[in-house]
Design a protein around this ligand. Structure first.
Ligand code: PGA
Length: 249
């Protein structure tokens, strides 16, 4: 049985006071699903979030990190720093990082290595742009993202990898992939992993869908056999909406 996960990516939203308020609201929600729940506040609020959620089954995760262990990288944050404030899981390869901060597959491969070396879990994001889908190139794009950033790994590394399929055209746009489009790509990702590794590896990897998941569409998307949860942006900033999505699993 694969882990089912719903992770909230808060992006560059919520100062300290808002982080504390939203966490209080999240703690008051009733959880009726077995999904693992995670939230990714911004770096400056990770420690406060971790403390507020001690002994509470919501994991605090990071949105990004640097590949170097430490050193002269002004403005960056290392794996060790994240671990020292209680963070065990990091999102890597989000399309906003790829598009606005020029993160390439090669750079992401290094970040993945560093995270795994530090015994962290990685939520690795892949996804095509609208023109890739229009030109029917979406599977190629996603396959290459996976090959370039992850295929150097041993099979056992996948115990600590979660994939997130996030079509760029569906992020923050209100436009979701249809449940069928999500299922088709998730099945393709699983096949890509089983061709390279084994069915055992591909069967065990959780694959999340992200891109305008809302309370009113989550259930249908999550009902697809290869969709193991979601990476939620906008709707994760509202406690009721986020838990409606968590409970849709
Ligand atoms: P969205 O963002 O839910 O606001 O579309 C998803 C994401 O970027 O992870």
């Amino acid at each position: 049985m694969r882990a089912q996960i719903v992770a909230g990516n808060w992006k560059m939203n919520n100062d300290l006071a808002m982080t504390e308020t939203l966490i209080t609201e999240l703690k008051n929600q009733k959880k009726t699903s077995d999904a693992e729940v995670m939230i990714a506040p911004t770096f400056t609020n990770l420690w406060a979030a971790f403390q507020a959620l001690r002994q509470f089954p919501i994991e605090v995760i990071a949105q990004n990190m640097h590949f170097a262990e430490n050193g002269a990288y002004t403005g960056e944050v290392s794996a060790e720093m994240l671990k020292s404030v209680g963070v065990q899981t990091v999102i890597l390869g989000h399309s906003e990082r790829r598009a606005y901060f020029n993160e390439t597959d090669e750079l992401l491969a290094k970040k993945v290595d560093t995270a795994l070396k530090n015994e962290m879990r990685v939520i690795f994001c892949v996804g095509e742009e609208l023109n890739d889908r229009k030109s029917d190139n979406h599977e190629n794009v996603v396959e290459n993202q996976i090959k370039n950033a992850l295929f150097h790994l041993d099979a056992n590394a996948y115990e600590n990898i979660v994939l997130a399929y996030e079509p760029v055209w569906a992020i923050g746009t209100g436009e979701t992939a249809t449940p069928e489009q999500a299922q088709e790509m998730h099945a393709f990702i699983r096949k890509t992993l089983s061709n390279k590794y084994s069915n055992d590896v591909s069967d065990k990897v959780s694959i999340l869908y992200g891109g305008s998941v809302k309370p009113n569409n989550a259930k249908e998307i999550f009902s697809k056999p290869d969709v193991d949860g979601g990476l939620i942006g906008g709707a994760s900033l509202n406690a009721n909406d986020f838990f409606a999505i968590v409970n849709a699993i």
